[in-house]
Each structure stands twice: as C-alpha cells, then as structure tokens.
Design a protein. Structure first.
Length: 202
C-alpha cells in the first residue's frame, strides 16, 4: 500500500486502505484503524473525488476519530477536512486552515519543535494546493523556504510529489509578474523540480 503509487494510479490504493481499516478495527488495533483515515481522505481529495460527498465522509471519519480519542490523527484529519470545506466555499478565508483541532500557528510551532516532518508535510501539501488553486502563487513560492528543507530531509512519498507539482505550477503562473533576477531563480527551481519528476517517473 505504501509504495504502490509509484507503479499504479493513486486511486487504486483506496480499497486497500479501507480494507486495512476494517481488519484493524476487527482486531482491536485502534491506532492502525485511525491511521487509515487520513491517507484515504487525502488521496480521495487529490484524485478528484466529489467534494460534497467527500466532505460528508470526512465528517463521519472525524466523529469516529473523536471516539477513538486519537488526538494526533484528529489534528491531521481536521486539516484535510477544512481544506475540502475551503474548496467548497464553506469558509470566510479559503486559504486559512484553522480548525477547532488544528491551529496553524500553534500546531505548526509544535510540529517544528517535535521535528514532525509528516505533520508538516500534511500541512504544506494542503496549503500549496489551496494557494495555487486560489491564485495566491507568491504565497506558495514564499512557503517554499519552509517546505523544501522538510522535503529534503524526508522520505520521498506521494506528498512530496504533490507539493513539488503545485510548487512548479505556482512558479510558472507567477513567472511573468517578477523581475529578471527572480525569473532566473524561478527557472532554476523549475529545473530542479523537473529532474525530481523525471526520477519519480522512472
């Protein structure tokens, strides 16, 4: 399940994730069951699932996580859930990811102090996607100062692929708004991203 996306379409992993959830729940392995929700929701979001239906599923998953009393995964789940709400327009600020369980300032500071690269990357992938889709290209470029060092010190996963994808799109979209010096840097970063993509495609 954790490496299949390098050879198969990402959406093909969804049945296996929920099968792991059901088996873990049957075996009383609550932590493993709880850990199944966020990849399922994140992959559903990134592969074009119906947002309204997904938002309803995420609300149901959120209630189950509250029952499990698994705080760490509840934070991540609420982050992805809020992202879907933002895309549906159920938010006054489509770029903000604050929830009752995830405070952008406080939770990020905690993740950084704990060197929680997974938590940070889960945040960054949603943030860069929203930034690109809502036309805030410069905010994505500025955020690269934070997410690139984390990616360089983490295992390459679908999350790093997606962050690189949205970062590249933002660099391209913002290119004509910048001076020659900045454009030169953008081209250098795009070249680096292309080499990463070529490696992942092999």
């Amino acid at each position: 399940m954790f490496i299949s996306y390098w050879q198969k379409h990402l959406k093909e992993s969804l049945p296996g994730i929920m099968d792991s959830y059901n088996k873990a729940l049957e075996g009383g392995q609550i932590e493993i069951a709880a850990n199944s929700f966020y990849p399922h929701n994140a992959i559903s979001l990134q592969t074009g699932s119906n947002l309204k239906k997904l938002e309803e599923e995420m609300e149901a998953h959120h209630q189950k996580l509250l029952g499990f009393r698994y705080k760490g995964m509840t934070e991540i789940q609420s982050l992805h859930w809020q992202t879907v709400k933002n895309l549906l327009g159920i938010s006054s600020d489509p770029n903000a990811l604050d929830t009752d369980f995830f405070n952008e300032t406080e939770t990020l500071a905690k993740y950084k102090s704990e060197q929680n690269s997974n938590g940070l990357l889960q945040y960054y992938v949603d943030k860069v996607m929203l930034g690109y889709l809502y036309g805030n290209y410069k905010s994505v470029v500025d955020l690269s100062k934070e997410f690139i060092p984390v990616m360089e010190n983490s295992l390459e996963t679908i999350i790093t692929v997606l962050i690189t994808f949205y970062y590249s799109l933002s660099l391209t979209a913002d290119f004509n708004n910048r001076d020659k010096k900045t454009q030169k840097k953008y081209l250098k970063d795009l070249s680096i991203n292309l080499k990463r993509a070529e490696k992942w495609a092999k």
